[in-house]
Design a protein around this ligand. Structure first.
Ligand code: HEM
Ligand SMILES: CC(C)=CCC/C(C)=C/CC/C(C)=C/COP(=O)(O)OP(=O)(O)O
Length: 314
């Protein structure tokens, strides 16, 4: 059930907007999706096969376009709530630069294009996973969970965790335990990543009527849950090393990154209730981005080192 009025999203006749290319680019959520695409790239490169470089480039481009398309569909549907949140009010649709119908068509065309490209030129398992991920983010998360339950980003976060599995499937045509662990890392990372931000942006979500955890369960409970996810995430991040999938090139940084994640989350847990500046929450949000980039970069470095060693030994 929508908590806010959607009526302003009606398109006026067949009027065209005067959107620029930059507005369409913004519909792809390029900053967030750059990290999403990086995790897909790592899944593709770390998979234990040699993939044709041209096919690899096509696969990554298709995943990037599919991820962007899901962002455009999200912005089409969420225009009503984006309009009342300070962080999102100037996005292309709520600001009127792109009409809702244009954002919807853009998202649908790019979704179809990306899935078909992956299916025809790479393989149909990765295409099916991409289609499912777009559907999960644009429909299950955006149209349903986000406005309905404070567990929205726990369940919806699965969409953001799929890209390395898609990359892996593009390279191998299969899903393996190793790619499922990469999924788990992002899945467990998402709640602290997002709730840290929600703690210091809770006013925005309250105004928009979105049931994010701090508004529903309160700040103290959100901080405890952030800490719990961090404590589970830290060892799962080291699992690829423990299971022998990687060497210390990944294992050592993953351990340090995990310990630091728990440390930042501990600071959020210990934050006094009266702290209105929320420095620890802002620090954790920033660190969460560094963590995900660095742990996937370490995974990539590990697989490159392993290949070089194999080549050297051959
Ligand atoms: C349901 C899951 C997620 C939610 C609700 C969420 C939410 C957010 C929000 C609200 C922001 C604030 C800034 C903005 O709008 O640009 C943000 C920033 C960011 N998120 Fe997430 N996120 C999720 C998953 C992910 C995933 C899976 C990734 C990457 C793998 C990611 C990467 C980023 C990055 C890179 C930024 C910084 C963007 C910037 O500098 O503007 N997020 N996230
Ligand atoms: C390959 C593929 C399809 C990847 C998709 C990956 C994915 C689901 C990323 C989610 C990241 C994200 C921007 C969440 C924002 O949630 P929000 O919409 O609640 O945030 P907002 O308030 O900033 O719009």
């Amino acid at each position: 059930m929508a908590l806010v009025d959607n009526s302003h999203m009606e398109q006026v006749g067949s009027r065209m907007s005067e959107a620029t290319a930059g507005d369409y680019f913004a519909l792809l959520k390029p900053r967030v999706m750059s990290l999403v695409v990086f995790t897909a790239f790592v899944g593709l490169v770390a998979a234990p096969v040699t993939i044709n470089p041209l096919i690899a480039v096509i696969a990554i481009l298709a995943i990037a376009i599919g991820a962007g398309a899901s962002g455009a569909l999200n912005m089409w549907y969420d225009a009503d709530i984006d309009a009342v949140m300070t962080r999102t009010a100037s996005r292309p649709v709520p600001s009127g630069r792109v009409l809702p119908g244009e954002a919807l068509s853009f998202g649908l065309v790019l979704s179809a294009l990306s899935v078909m490209t992956l299916g025809v030129l790479v393989n149909w398992l990765s295409a099916a996973l991409l289609a499912f991920t777009i559907f999960f983010y644009a429909v299950i998360y955006t149209m349903w969970l986000k406005r309905w339950t404070p567990q929205n980003i726990v369940i919806g976060g699965a969409a953001g965790a799929f890209p390395p599995v898609i990359g892996w499937a593009a390279a191998t045509g299969a899903i393996s335990l190793e790619s499922v662990i990469l999924f788990l890392i992002i899945f467990l990372w998402t709640p602290p990543h997002f709730w840290a931000l929600a703690l210091f942006k809770s006013g925005d979500y309250e105004r928009a009527g979105i049931p994010m955890m701090p508004n529903v369960a309160g700040e103290a409970s959100t901080r405890r849950q952030i800490f719990a996810y961090a404590v589970i995430l830290a060892p799962i991040g080291v699992l690829p090393w423990i299971l022998g999938y990687t060497s210390a090139v990944y294992g050592v940084p993953a351990t340090l990154l995990g310990v630091s994640f728990v440390w930042y989350s501990w600071a959020v847990l210990r934050m006094p209730d009266s702290d209105r500046v929320m420095k620890p929450a802002k620090a954790l949000f920033g660190y969460s981005l560094l963590y995900l980039f660095a742990i996937f970069a370490a995974y990539l470095a590990d697989s490159v080192v392993a290949r070089v060693l194999v080549l050297g030994g051959a």
